[in-house]
Design a protein. Structure first.
Length: 196
């Protein structure tokens, strides 16, 4: 799974943006999408202009409390947010999505996300809570990987393939799966695609 760094230098923090202030919500949403390089924090799918995107409160217990804030907010696709469980308690203890060790604790294998250590309850709870292996997400991810396989097969060489990958950021959706299947450095490709 991707690690979405949370920084005290975020425009959300420095701008003192508040979810409670309705006029700040669009600014928060845009800032989160930018910080997440244009990807849904949970599904890792590229967010398109026509997608409905929510400011997701990772821990629902904190919403509308003084504990809610930047470190609890993520930009997510509405569908995924609306299909996430309403209560976090059955999934505690849980790994936090901005935990720097997330890549060392969760891997993509055989089309699904699994903990690296089978005894890592926090990692398994995060996978289950976010629903990243739900049938619909699994299907979208598998179709995307197959499209990228076809693209790679049609490209005469690896340089052409990499150029095609960065021409459309949507190609970089499901980053962890792409890294696993194609041994790509998606962060590097995202950087190159943003420079276009």
């Amino acid at each position: 799974m991707r690690y979405f760094r949370k920084e005290n230098t975020s425009a959300i923090v420095s701008g003192n943006l508040s979810y409670e202030n309705v006029s700040d919500r669009n600014k928060i949403r845009k800032a989160l999408i930018k910080e997440q390089s244009g990807f849904c924090a949970y599904s890792e799918r590229y967010i398109k202009h026509t997608d409905s995107v929510d400011i997701e409160h990772f821990d629902p217990r904190e919403k509308n409390t003084t504990n809610d804030g930047y470190y609890n907010w993520y930009a997510t696709l509405h569908w995924l947010n609306s299909h996430k469980p309403k209560f976090i308690e059955p999934f505690l203890p849980i790994l936090i999505p901005y935990d720097i060790d997330i890549k060392d604790r969760i891997k993509y294998e055989d089309g699904i996300f699994v903990p690296l250590n089978a005894d890592d309850i926090e990692a398994q709870n995060l996978i289950d809570f976010l629903g990243v292996n739900k049938a619909e997400v699994y299907s979208d991810r598998a179709k995307h990987i197959n499209r990228i396989r076809t693209l790679k097969a049609l490209c005469a060489d690896n340089d052409l393939f990499l150029r095609k990958m960065i021409e459309d950021q949507d190609n970089l959706s499901f980053a962890t799966a792409l890294e696993s299947v194609f041994e790509l450095d998606v962060d590097d490709l995202i950087e190159k695609s943003l420079a276009l």
